[in-house]
Design a protein around this ligand. Sequence first.
Ligand code: CMP
Length: 155
Amino acid sequence: MRSGIRRQKEYTDFLKSVPKLKDLPEEILNQVADNLDECHYTNGEYIIRQGARGDTFYIIAKGQVKVTKKDKKTSEEAVLRTLQKGDFFGERALQNEEVRTANIVADNKDGVDCLCLDRDSYTQLISSLGEVSLRQYEDEKKDRLADIPEDILSL
Ligand code: CMP
């Protein structure tokens, strides 16, 4: 088997293990696999910086990353959660946000490997999956509730 074909099969098998992607039609999974690049990051490296523009969608293939965000009041960087192998990130700036909404920091002593997809491929192949493109995060639900006055919440 030629190595390109073997790699495409490896990527397709891996994509089938990602819960939110596995139900994409085989043909689309193959096209995603064809367009993936491998990216490597060292421990502590910022893969994404909050506020920057971005054109890449990432799926973690090895290691884990921390999602951090600057607190609006204190400007301190707080860790929101960690993401592991099979998790994805970077969908927001490709959807409707102009800039990256959080930092993503490599958090593994042997480094982090990601499979990366550019904006055009993401838009064509993945953005129609609402589970990916419209994803809401738990802490944001809490943030939105915190913005609603208590007397309205108790109605
Ligand atoms: P994007 O804004 O493109 O870049 C930063 C990424 O961090 C974002 O896409 C999401 O994939 C991810 N992200 C943003 N906010 C959260 C959150 N509250 N919890 C987990 N991941 C998040």
